[in-house]
Design a protein around this ligand. Structure first.
Ligand code: ADP
Ligand code: MG
Length: 386
């Protein structure tokens, strides 16, 4: 297993997530459509690639990232392009010959706001076109269409196009899912690092997604994290003793594979030069990891682009306060809210998004808030708060 930092982990570099994969496969087998949620970098995309790389029999998975789509038409283009993509079609040949035969003969001339024009001159709206594409799929085969960063796409459409287009997209998907024939052939997995619910509730469209089966991807459990750490150090050929593993994992605290990989990588760099590994080396490695701006900056920039001015200034000041004091109570947070002209409900919505998106939690005591990750707290404190 190589130490992968940043890219989705695949094949031999994928550390198994058996519980999460079982949760997902069980929901797929039950015929649900899934909303896969977790903050960024928890490992959603890696899990989806695992499904692509090792599907169960009779399932045909396809992974589509729609983050860069800013309009309804762009979203559908990405979906149709993925389904019409040469490698994907070629892979169908051995799995579903009938479908392969049909789909390879279909041509798409253009995809516009109004729908899809096929090579044979037929013009259909996006939903009907989608139907047309999959209608010849063998009855015992099922497509798993994984749409990554779906909430981001919806947010982009609200912002750069119009809320009504976002609603129309959500509605079309809801109708597809409710169509029994369609649902026998297709399972949708919508994934994303920002909360689809909070994005959709802004345009009052929760009713269009409340049929989805929510599956959360949690951090690793402490025993899993320990095994993962041992495996990483083994493959780096560095000896680490139990006390140092405990210290490393206690310090990381929020045990997502990403932070374990990131700090291990920094420990390796120090070890290469100094041939030693102890707690001061671990502290130094964490300190060095904070210099990787590109790993952390999105935590701030996403807030800036997703929130209105007052909400952003409020959220930033709350995070600054928590990063300074390690925890902050609700009363202080409400004082910050009134400073930025937010009422109680608006402030609570913001807090809820910060929790949902993986910044903070109030697990120990529901009136005090702390960062999930001490590493992110240190980065925020050094780079944003001060
Ligand atoms: N199962 C895994 N095995 C090994 N590394 C992982 C795994 N899941 C996540 N990672 C690490 O976390 C990083 C982010 O993973 P990714 O799947 O892109 O998360 P997300 O899609 O939730 O943002 C990867 O670059 C890798 O370092
Ligand atoms: Mg991802």
């Amino acid at each position: 297993m190589k130490n992968i930092v940043g890219q989705a982990a695949r094949s031999a570099n994928f550390w198994d997530r058996p519980y999460e994969l079982e949760d997902i496969w069980e929901a797929i087998d039950n015929g649900s459509h899934i909303l896969l949620c977790a903050p960024r970098r928890v490992g959603k995309t890696s899990i989806m690639y695992k499904i692509v790389d090792e599907p169960k029999a009779n399932y045909i998975p396809i992974y589509i990232d729609t983050e860069s789509a800013d309009s309804e038409a762009e979203f559908w283009s990405k979906v149709f392009n993925a389904l019409m993509e040469e490698d994907f079609i070629a892979s169908l040949k051995t799995k579903t010959k009938n479908f392969w035969d049909k789909i390879k003969s279909i041509k798409i001339a253009s995809i516009t706001m109004d729908g899809v024009e096929f090579g044979d001159g037929k013009m259909l709206d996006h939903k009907q076109a989608f139907h047309r594409l999959i209608k010849d799929l063998d009855h015992d085969k099922k497509l798993i269409i994984m749409i990554d960063e779906f909430a981001q796409t919806i947010e982009n459409i609200i912002k750069y196009e119009e809320p009504k287009n976002a609603i129309s997209l959500l509605k079309a998907h809801r109708e597809l899912r409710q169509d029994q024939k369609f649902s026998q052939k297709v399972t949708f997995i919508y994934a994303g690092s920002i909360g689809l619910e909070s994005v959709v509730s802004k345009i009052d469209a929760i009713k269009h997604i409340n049929d989805l089966n929510n599956i959360k991807v949690p951090p690793l459990t402490p025993p899993e994290a320990e095994k993962f750490t041992i495996a990483l150090f083994q493959s780096a050929e560095i000896k680490i003793n139990q006390t140092d593993i405990d210290y490393l994992l206690t310090t990381i605290h929020w045990l997502i594979p990403f932070y374990i990989q990131l700090i291990t990588q920094e420990i390796k760099k120090i070890y290469r030069r100094e041939q030693k590994l102890d707690q001061t080396v671990i502290d130094q490695a964490i300190h060095n990891a904070l210099d990787n701006r590109n790993h952390f900056e999105s935590w701030q920039s996403k807030l800036k682009t997703a929130l209105g001015k007052n909400e952003y200034l409020f959220s930033k000041e709350v995070l600054n306060a928590i990063s300074n004091q390690k925890e902050t109570n609700l009363l202080d947070i409400m004082n910050i809210a009134s400073k930025h002209n937010l009422d109680g409900n608006e402030a609570k919505d913001c807090l809820h998004s910060l929790i949902y998106d993986g910044y903070i939690n109030n697990n120990d005591n529901n009136k005090t808030y702390q960062f999930n990750s001490p590493i992110l707290r240190m980065w925020w404190n050094k780079n944003v708060a001060n």
